[in-house]
Design a protein around this ligand. Structure first.
Ligand SMILES: [Mn+2]
Length: 402
């Protein structure tokens, strides 16, 4: 039996809902205070390697977006390097697929540095290809489809390519056919960093796909792979594709309030067997949304009491407070909220009146990033003429950024 650990979307370096901490030096190799969310990622990666050991897995497959930024700090790279080393030391073959967060406009990307480990138990899937991986349980063939851009599709299909469902179907059917033709009948896995139709995000529902690169389900159902390991969508889920085992492992930590109620973890799979289990991790920071209606509450004492009811529940969590609030009333002061929920890890305030809503994180007010960018372009020499184009590009980047 050949055992696979499938993880994705680790996003090392993500700093949303962060705060600085002084502990965690045993996980992250820098001096002084450091990002608490980075420590969380490090602890979870540690759990991942322990699970790989306990389960005696043969292969650890990371289906893209290891890093959050295209230019991570050296200590963030070090974190992943250590995980690779731990896995290789215990005889696990490490396979890494390139995700959209790793891709740059240049031909080089952040995962390049790990290529020096090729042949030592490390394998990088950076273009559509099939590799053969020798494991203690026997050989396996792993096909990879890294994050795909319109440019990739245009290179293959020329100017016939259109950025819509038909275009992507044509592109991926050629890619999948070619990958399948390279298989020799060994146990096989397909790893893809991509959208597939029907995939959902637990709060927002089915992910909107118009214009985005996606692999049609019927193409996945028709492939011969024993297991399909997906990355990109952060909600862990099984994708119904003609009885095939197709899974998003989901992100390793909670990255937005859409994921508040989700478990985070990895898949443990017998490639040539039946097992495909999700294993949740307890090292992942929890989130809590609290809704308070202020239309009848006015005195600070009452507000304090209504918040204090959540004191215990909010302990150590990333807390979002939604105040339903009459139009002209200000949100309660942050100092009052902090006093009521002292043990909360990070507090985000959302103010909802009948017509509008706005969000405050800590003491800082966050506007719509596109609005802020627009304002910057208006006030900076040389950008005025191209404002709309830049905003359009930024909008696409933000939409892709998951
Ligand atoms: Mn992604």
């Amino acid at each position: 039996m050949i055992k696979l650990l499938h993880a994705a979307d680790i996003h090392i370096g993500i700093t949303s809902f962060d705060r600085q901490v002084n502990e965690g030096a045993e996980y992250v190799d820098i001096k002084g205070s450091l990002s608490g969310r980075l420590v969380e990622v490090a602890q979870t990666l540690k759990r991942l390697t322990e699970l790989a050991y306990d389960e005696s897995v043969d292969i650890a497959l990371f289906a893209g977006d290891i890093f959050h930024r295209r230019n991570p700090w050296p200590y963030e790279e070090n974190l992943f390097a250590r995980a690779i080393k731990d896995l290789i030391d215990m005889g696990v073959q490490v396979v890494v697929l390139v995700g959209n967060h790793e891709i740059t406009a240049r031909s080089s990307h952040v995962l390049d540095v790990f290529k020096t480990l090729a042949g030592k138990g490390f394998h990088l899937l950076e273009n559509n290809s099939v590799i053969r991986v020798e494991t203690e349980g026997g050989p396996v063939e792993i096909a990879g489809i890294p994050w795909t851009t319109s440019q990739d599709a245009r290179e293959l299909l020329g100017k016939d390519f259109t950025e819509d469902g038909e275009g992507w179907r044509e592109y991926f059917s050629i890619v999948l056919e070619e990958l399948a033709s390279k298989l020799t009948g060994l146990p096989s896995v397909l790893a893809a960093h991509a959208y597939v139709p029907g995939a959902s995000n637990s709060l927002r529902g089915i992910v909107e796909l118009s214009g985005k690169p996606f692999i049609p389900l019927s193409l996945l159902s028709d492939t011969p792979f024993d297991y399909i390991a997906l990355g990109h969508i952060h909600t862990h889920q099984s994708i119904p594709a003609g009885g095939r085992r197709v899974f998003y492992s989901g992100s390793l930590i909670r990255t937005s309030f859409n994921e508040e109620s989700e478990e985070k973890g990895v898949m443990i799979v017998e490639i040539d067997g039946k097992r495909a289990d999700f294993v949740p991790f307890d090292t992942v920071r929890k989130m809590l949304t609290v809704e308070i209606d202020l239309s009848d509450i006015t005195s600070e004492d009452e507000i304090l009491r209504s918040l204090q009811a959540y004191r215990e529940k909010s302990e150590g969590k990333i807390v979002r407070i939604i105040f339903r609030i009459p139009e002209n009333m200000p949100a309660p002061p942050m100092s009052l909220i902090r006093e009521a929920l002292q043990g909360a890890w990070h507090i985000v305030i959302r103010r909802e009146t009948g017509e509008s809503s706005s969000e405050t994180s800590g003491d800082f007010s966050i506007g719509d990033p596109l609005e802020i960018l627009g304002e910057y372009l208006d006030n900076t020499k040389g950008y005025k003429g191209s404002k709309d184009d830049i905003l359009d590009l930024a909008r696409r980047l933000i939409e892709e950024d998951m």
